[in-house]
Design a protein around this ligand. Sequence first.
Ligand SMILES: [Fe+2]
Ligand SMILES: [Fe+2]
Length: 339
Amino acid sequence: MTDFDKMSRRDFFTISGKAGLATVMASAVGINFGMVQVAEAAVGKGKVTPFRFAILTDAHLFSQADHKFDAMLAKAVDDVNSMSPMPDFVLYCGDIAQNGTADQLEKGKKILSKLKMPIHFIPGEHDWYLDMGAAWRGNFGAPTWSFDHKGVHFIGMNSILVKDFWTPAGLSAKERMGVMEMLESPIAGPWGVQAEQLDWLKKDVKNLSPDTPVVVFTHSPLWDYYPRWNFQTSDAPEIREILSKFERVMSFHGHVHQTLYNKIGNMGSVGTLSTSWPWPYPDIKLPYPQYQMNRSDPGNFEDGEGSQFIDLESNFTGTHHYQPFGDMLTPTMKNGFKV
Ligand SMILES: [Fe+2]
Ligand SMILES: [Fe+2]
């Protein structure tokens, strides 16, 4: 049995032990760290009580004290706390740490504890591969979860799981983390949510009617954006197939550190601004060029980063707003765009 098998089995026991493999509240973490309120309205009626949620992601905190990325995450927390109306909750889309160490994860948890609303977490590859998610789970709970809120079914999954490449290669934990930290890292092979989470997803949505509003969070995009940089999830086609019964699905992801949008079938997929640095756009034709940010100014280290929030309406349309630190939005995106 590989480490991945062992870890994912344990994660699923964590969830199933609490509430079965159906909808769970397993990771409704806030540091606040209380549970997110239970939905007032049952999902499955296609009706949403309008509300706002925010997304923070990819802080990539280093162990060094007073690193500039600490202040940038704190600034994004202030921006979210200053919103009017306030978001009902925040979703953190992975890569809190740079090298997966416990001190980096704990520093992130401390900075995020200043949020005035609950927060939910999914992991990124930088959080996970030093100890196979042990410190991450100790701080943030199970990486696979779902909950209902104001008529919407929210799903979070761990999309950065790879098959065991380190045991045959005789790599240490630190070397394994080093491989996974690289942007272009063909050694590990493609990552994904893998079979057990696919089974969980099937069960999770089995009893939901097609008009249920569904929002899904993963660290990597649920489409083949740019596999060379692992800007993809290898089993995204299976995920999209499982969710294809729904009239509409909104997908939000971290990892790409840039504004990005794509639509495949019933799923609209939105990339998010990191609080650390922007990645350049790969030299390929993008599906929706109108949602690309301006090239960031390399002389301004706050340019190209920030936070985002989404306003959901009663008919499950949403307006996505990027909230950058600097002035980098094209006119198309200044007032938000429909997702
Ligand atoms: Fe990242
Ligand atoms: Fe990442």
